[in-house]
Design a protein around this ligand. Structure first.
Ligand SMILES: [Zn+2]
Length: 598
């Protein structure tokens, strides 16, 4: 009965005849009013699981999601189908809030989207408690667990919401999570009684390859020409992304790169080139891929071993969304193993983290009980120098404090150099002729610079003035000091946004339980990755065990299932004659050095 109604709605708004996988079961449970959890792999049609029940219920469905872009997509998708949906974004005065809720009530709205941060506003919560809410949908629900790799402190606000709306059924959706995260998620969301539906994590069209090689660069260059279509190469650092994209392009495989330090216009230009298949590879940090909808990604390569299996599986999952066979390569050598082992040994000294936080606040003159909403920009390099900390350690302190919910870390955004012409022509005329010429040239090129800051292409301008970039920058600084123009040099700045008032010394103390959870979960995740790299069993089985799923049969396609234990000696000899190096042979024949010797 329920399912027939649900199918009618599916046909009416989406045009499909039937549901896929677990969708029907999840929808049936959610519509019957019980708390429901759906764990579906990426691309498994998660949003329909709350959208159809939302349409079948008489009242409003509220949807909580951690990513603004994702929320905007889902909201727009509903609006495009002629469904009334509201998205809370930006700031609201009490009056605007009143209008919004009145609209929701009398305007026949079916969906309202908002970020979990909004729940901490008591007025917002008050309005929600009086609204006619039929269903509470929580997307990316694993973000509520401190055991997860994606923990977001703001998600703990959902508890407040649950306490306010205890009678309203919940549907929580997420991709696969480890057993511990699943258990914690049910507890935190207060839905221990929920019906849980979990889809198999296995994606048979992905052929997973984890390949040991002492020479990644050589194997990458040999591999790329053999791969069809376009793909993604994930690397850990921004520098590596730029370097590899350049190397590949020089070797005749046009490639682009993407990381959080790029300007917005660069980001969109680089993504566009890749989306339109104008480049072979996008070399990117993990910042790339969230919300990118490209079905025909043919392959994914990991240049560095990821820190966690969750991260790894999310990233390889961006290949083969259209269902076609796609191969993924994880290239690793002993340094990756050593790095992961070291990560386990390096546990944070909590007192040092607390003292860093206090010093930081004092330096910024943030008093106890204040500072909420305050944003501090800084350069990581300078901050590390000031506090005499190695950068990696500083970053782990900052992240741990973020994990505690005290601030939000906004990773560096590179700013473009800018100028503003603040003086008049009659002033310029009195300057030495080379400064005069420079200012006139600048005015010709950037006439708006007299009104406002404009971006300046330093290299190009320096070339025009027949100067080196460094000399040119010095001249701009001099002119800035003299008050002839304003010059904002290029800089790379990160920021910390205080999401809570600064706690007093006692309240700041990191609870032992919290540290314990943080350390243990980090250990478990790192161990998981190490086990995966060192395993000899089917890689899909390893993933299934890590995520607490039933272990399926060996996949038959991964690098362990297809491992060549007895490499053909004549083939080996032929390759050697043709000039192949030893690691080429291991790589191409998928065998290990020991097997080759025998
Ligand atoms: Zn396998």
């Amino acid at each position: 009965m329920i399912i027939n109604d649900a199918k009618k709605v599916l046909k009416q708004y989406w045009g499909y005849d039937d549901f896929r996988g677990l969708q029907a079961d999840i929808i049936r449970a959610a519509v019957s009013g019980v708390n429901t959890v759906g764990l579906l792999p990426t691309g498994g049609g998660k949003s329909i699981c709350y959208q159809i029940p939302g349409l079948l219920y008489p009242g409003l469905t509220i949807v909580i999601s951690p990513l603004v872009a994702l929320m905007e997509d889902q909201h727009n998708g509903l609006v495009d189908r002629g469904i009334k949906s509201y998205h809370f974004k930006g700031s609201y005065t009490p009056r605007k809030l009143d209008e919004a809720f009145r609209n929701l009530r009398y305007g026949n709205y079916k969906f309202a989207f908002f970020a979990p941060e909004r729940i901490s506003n008591p007025l917002f919560l008050e309005y929600l408690s009086h609204a006619d809410i039929s269903l509470l949908a929580i997307d990316e629900a694993h973000c509520i667990s401190q055991w997860g790799f994606d923990f977001r402190p703001s998600y703990l606000n959902v508890k407040l919401l649950r306490e306010t709306l205890l009678e309203v059924p919940v549907i929580a959706l997420t991709a696969s999570a480890t057993t511990r995260v699943k258990r914690d998620m049910l507890e935190q969301l207060m839905i221990a009684d929920a019906e849980v539906f979990e889809g198999s994590i296995r994606r048979p069209n992905l052929h997973l390859q984890a390949r040991f090689t002492p020479n990644k660069e050589r194997q990458l260059l040999r591999l790329i020409p053999t791969l069809p279509g376009t793909g993604i190469i994930y690397a850990k650092t921004r520098r590596t992304c730029e370097k590899l994209a350049q190397l590949l392009s020089e070797e005749g495989h046009p490639s682009s790169y993407y990381h959080a330090g790029l300007e917005d216009d660069q980001k969109s230009a680089h993504s566009k080139a890749w989306l339109n298949n104008q480049v072979k590879a996008m070399v990117a940090t993990t910042a790339f891929g969230m919300g990118i909808d490209k079905g025909d990604v043919k392959w994914v390569i990991h240049w560095d071993a990821p820190d966690t299996l969750e991260g790894y599986y999310q990233e390889v999952g961006r290949a083969g969304r259209d269902g076609s066979v796609s191969t993924t390569y994880l290239l690793f050598h002993q340094y990756d193993i050593a790095r992961l082992r070291k990560a386990i040994e390096e546990l944070p000294d909590v007192r040092a983290v607390e003292s860093f936080y206090n010093k930081f606040c004092s330096r910024e003159q943030i008093a106890y009980g204040s500072g909420e909403g305050h944003k501090v920009s800084f350069s990581i390099l300078e901050l590390a120098k000031k506090h005499q900390l190695p950068i990696a350690q500083l970053l782990s302190y900052i992240r741990l404090i973020q994990h505690r919910g005290l601030w939000q870390f906004i990773e560096s955004e590179r700013s473009v150099p800018k100028i503003k012409l603040t003086s008049q022509l009659h002033v310029w005329e009195r300057l030495p002729s080379k400064d005069y010429e420079l200012l006139i040239a600048m005015y010709r090129l950037y006439p708006h610079a007299t009104d406002d800051f404009v971006r300046i292409d330093l290299a190009r301008f320096a070339g025009m003035m027949q100067q080196t970039k460094a000399d040119f920058e010095k001249r701009l600084e001099l002119l800035h000091e003299k008050g002839i123009l304003e010059y904002a040099p290029e800089q790379s700045a990160s920021a910390l946004l205080f999401t809570q008032p600064r706690p007093g010394a006692k309240a700041l103390k990191f609870p032992a339980k919290f540290i314990d959870a943080w350390v243990k979960s980090k250990e478990e995740r790192t161990e998981g990755m190490l086990t995966f790299l060192e395993s000899e069993s089917c890689l899909f089985q390893e993933i299934e065990m890590y995520f607490g799923q039933v272990k399926g049969a060996p996949c038959g396609t991964c690098s362990n299932c297809t491992r060549n234990h007895y490499p053909d000696q004549t083939q080996v000899e032929r390759m050697q004659k043709e000039g192949a190096k030893l690691d080429d042979i291991w790589f191409d024949l998928n065998c290990s050095p020991d097997e080759l010797k025998s």
